[in-house]
Design a protein around this ligand. Structure first.
Ligand SMILES: Nc1nc2c(ncn2[C@@H]2O[C@H](COP(=O)(O)OP(=O)(O)OP(=O)(O)O)[C@@H](O)[C@H]2O)c(=O)[nH]1
Ligand SMILES: [Mg+2]
Length: 335
């Protein structure tokens, strides 16, 4: 009787496998084995004599070909293509080969994930980096190990700055409200550089709220385009207008819009920015900023203004330590 190369032989000790990359399609996935990795590596790749520092291009259980590295005696990483099905099949194959599947990366400590890190802060920074939404987070995270090592005090301002900087990791919500048919969806599409929302010359085009991730000067925000504020017989649109009220409450930044032919929406919440749209058709002098999606006028200033409101330059330039999401400061004297 022949046995499958993936069949556990009973010699493998304790080995776990976990997906290190988010459960969404991407270029490459990273699956990490930890523990007694060599027997599992041999079964998955069909190759023996694995040593620390190895980086090989291998067949992965007949499912894909990809790089396999062994950075430490008890850590190995498989790097197949990033399709969700490939990743799941490989996780299952590793389980068949005797590894125990950790379904979430959060189950693994940063120090275990990054044995090469200088200290716990650097390990936590590297782990947080894998899920950071904004490019602006990267350099800051890399500086935290040194900053925490030098830090001898911690104050209220540091706490507040840390909370604002957390917006670099989890995208803040920017909610745009205003009358119908004035260019709100066109603005989202222009900022995103692609068609996220339908934009045509007809009031009530956006009948349900649409959101998309948009990078504004290195800060990624979740931009919510709401249906134009108007009375309508359409129940879906009316429901969506009511739902927008909930979005407004949770907004990190509320932008009220109008164009030369309309007026500001009267709501319970004061906007953080009064933005005039379609300024190529005329200026609204009572606006904080005027933009046109057609001519591009004011867009650079808008990007700068939103970034500054959510993550001010003073925070980005501060040399104080950052208590970033994922950093456990419970055993630190500083926090
Ligand atoms: N001249 C000019 N026209 C614009 C500009 N931005 C959008 N438009 C036009 O304005 C019309 C309405 O655009 P939308 O982006 O759909 O407007 P909206 O505010 O999302 O509309 P609703 O979804 O109905 O609330 C379209 O015909 C756009 O081409 C602009 O900056 N200048
Ligand atoms: Mg719209």
């Amino acid at each position: 009787m022949t046995t499958s190369p993936l069949e556990p032989t009973g010699t493998a000790g304790s080995c776990r496998i976990a997906a290190m990359t988010p459960p969404a399609p991407g270029g490459v996935s990273i699956l990490q084995l930890s523990g007694d990795v060599i027997p599992i590596l041999e079964r998955l790749t069909g190759r023996s004599q694995w040593t620390v520092g190895d980086l090989r291009l291998c067949d992965l259980a007949g499912i894909d070909r990809g790089l396999v590295s062994m950075p430490a005696p008890d850590i190995a990483q498989l790097m197949p293509h990033g399709g969700t099905r490939i990743r799941q099949r490989l996780l299952d194959a590793a389980e068949t080969a005797g590894a125990c599947q950790d379904r979430t990366v959060s189950a693994i400590s940063p120090a275990e994930l990054y044995p090469e890190a200088r200290d716990d802060v650097e390990a936590a920074a590297l782990k947080t980096m894998t899920r950071a939404a904004s490019p602006l987070a990267i350099d800051l995270l890399l500086q935290q190990s040194e900053r925490w090592a030098e830090c001898t005090d911690w104050n209220e301002e540091d706490t507040e700055r840390s909370q604002r900087l957390a917006r670099l990791i989890d995208p803040p919500d920017v909610v745009v409200i205003g009358p119908a048919n004035i260019g709100k969806s066109s603005l989202l599409n222009t900022l995103a550089g692609r068609d996220v929302a339908i934009a045509i010359d007809q009031a009530g085009t956006t009948r349900d709220h649409v959101s998309g991730l948009v990078e504004l000067g290195g800060l990624v925000v979740r931009w919510h385009d709401t249906p134009g504020q108007r009375t309508s017989d359409d129940t879906i649109e009316q429901e969506a207008i009511e739902q927008a009220a909930g979005l407004i409450q949770q907004a990190d930044m509320l932008i009220s819009t109008r164009d030369p032919g309309t007026s500001w929406h009267e709501g319970a919440h004061d906007p953080d920015l009064k933005l005039s749209l379609r300024c190529d058709l005329g200026l609204c002098r009572d606006a904080d900023l005027c933009v046109s999606s057609v001519t591009g006028e004011g867009l650079i200033e808008l990007v700068e203004c939103v970034r500054e409101h959510l993550v001010p330059m003073a925070d980005l330039g501060s040399t104080r330590p950052w208590r970033f999401p994922g950093l456990d400061t419970s055993d630190s004297n500083n926090a």
